[in-house]
Design a protein around this ligand. Structure first.
Ligand code: BGC
Length: 244
């Protein structure tokens, strides 16, 4: 069974599609709902059930990307999702709520897995970092193709808070920054990342990666820098691959 439903729970949207895990392609339409507010387990559960219905997926296995640190299935952080998730056993919660079994993985780790398997990171050795620029900044770090899970490089300290409050796509929108102004913040962030990690390749993901040509000229890094080839679909695809 290579077709798996992948779900990507994000701070602003919950997206899903059935993925062919042999080639990373969608074999269904993609369905997206706004993340309910407050984004607590009860409200998000309604959206998850709706998606299971939309795809007639009851009693089957699901891969789910989730915007938090996840260890032994337990949600350990909640930067862009309701705080009441912290401490929840995500797999148990999912099975109880939807009657489907699920594999949970950090959303940026999922996006990285997709890009490493079928996208911009394919066959890339060395240190590869996938950054998702969305509501927050997520990071998926790989060394010679192996994931180092649960890195939180959007949370490196910067100015009075953390980098994701300055260089994420939501920061650009909220502060109505020009591409040049936002590009400067993103460049500061990437330079900081380079200083501490020395990656060989940085892949920029998230919805804004499809506009890479708008801000590429403001970014000056030493390593190779490319946009994600699956853009905002990578999280869905990687979650499905993990479940497989
Ligand atoms: C969370 C990460 C997540 C990222 C992208 C951050 O705020 O802490 O776990 O990967 O947002 O959603």
């Amino acid at each position: 069974m290579s077709h798996i439903l992948g779900i990507d729970v994000g701070g602003s949207g919950v997206k899903a599609a059935i993925v062919d895990t042999e080639n990373g392609e969608f074999v269904s339409e993609k369905i997206k709902y706004a993340t309910p507010q407050p984004s607590n387990p009860k409200n998000v559960g309604k959206v998850l059930n709706q998606l299971i219905d939309d795809f007639s997926w009851k009693y089957k296995v699901v891969g789910c990307g989730f915007p938090s640190i996840i260890k032994d299935d337990i949600c350990l952080s909640a930067a862009n999702i309701d705080n009441s998730w912290v401490g929840v056993d995500l797999c148990r919660y999912f099975e109880k709520t939807t009657k489907c079994r699920a594999v949970f993985v950090n959303d940026a780790d999922a996006a990285g897995i997709a890009e490493m398997n079928f996208g911009a990171g394919r066959r890339k050795m060395g240190t590869v970092l996938l950054l998702t620029l969305g509501t927050g900044i997520g990071s998926g770090l790989f060394r010679d193709g192996r994931l180092v899970p649960n890195t939180e490089l959007g949370h490196l300290l910067y100015k009075k808070s953390v980098f994701e409050h300055y260089a994420s796509n939501s920061a650009r929108k909220k502060k109505q920054l020009s591409w040049r102004a936002w590009g400067a913040e993103l460049n500061t962030y990437l330079n900081h990342i380079e200083l501490i990690l020395n990656p060989d390749l940085i892949i920029l993901g998230g919805g804004v990666s499809k506009r890479f040509d708008f801000f590429e000229k403001y970014l000056k890094v030493n390593c190779e820098l490319v946009p994600a080839s699956m853009q905002n679909n990578a999280g869905i695809i990687g979650a499905a691959i993990m479940a497989k």
